[in-house]
Design a protein around this ligand. Structure first.
Ligand code: HEM
Length: 136
């Protein structure tokens, strides 16, 4: 009987999670804020790409990246920055640099203790942007 109750509880929790938005699973506004802060720390100490951000305004980057993550994770925000193609135009970003940034994001998500399934969902929503970011 106890085992049945435990199984039921696990199923109920799983069902509950599948109904919550990715934004909620990222921890809502506080979770995204904290994730972006960690991500920026990781980027800033990554010798493969840190120099790319030497002239970037950290507060603006934090605000726009948070809005974008909120938007693509169904958090209800509107990302009102320029398109990914416009933002990264002329930077000639290499695939290896894109991969480095993704690795930094994964490290930041691990730092935040986000479950693998949640991490994979966020990565899956960012991956299609690669074509607009790399090689322009
Ligand atoms: C999925 C991957 C990426 C996403 C979602 C993303 C998103 C963003 C966002 C939202 C901004 C702020 C927009 C703005 O300043 O107007 C930004 C700016 C920037 N991104 Fe990316 N980015 C990605 C990949 C990369 C990569 C791989 C690099 C280079 C290694 C890069 C370099 C930059 C730089 C240097 C800026 C600042 C531009 C400025 O200061 O004017 N990004 N990115």
């Amino acid at each position: 009987m106890r085992i049945l109750a435990a199984v039921f509880l696990v199923l109920a929790i799983a069902a509950c999670q599948s109904h919550s938005t990715l934004y909620q699973q990222l921890g809502g506004a506080d979770g995204v804020d904290s994730l972006v802060t960690r991500f920026m720390e990781r980027i800033g100490s990554d010798p493969r790409i840190a120099a790319r951000f030497a002239d970037t305004d950290p507060a603006r980057f934090h605000r726009l990246l948070s809005a974008q993550i909120c938007s693509i994770s169904n958090g209800g925000c509107v990302y009102d920055g320029d398109s990914m193609a416009q933002v990264h135009a002329g930077m000639d970003i290499r695939p290896a640099e894109f991969n480095a940034l993704v690795e930094d994001l994964i490290s930041a998500m691990n730092d935040e203790g986000l479950p693998q399934a949640v991490q994979n969902q966020l990565l899956a929503r960012l991956a299609p942007m690669q074509g607009d970011i790399v090689g322009h």
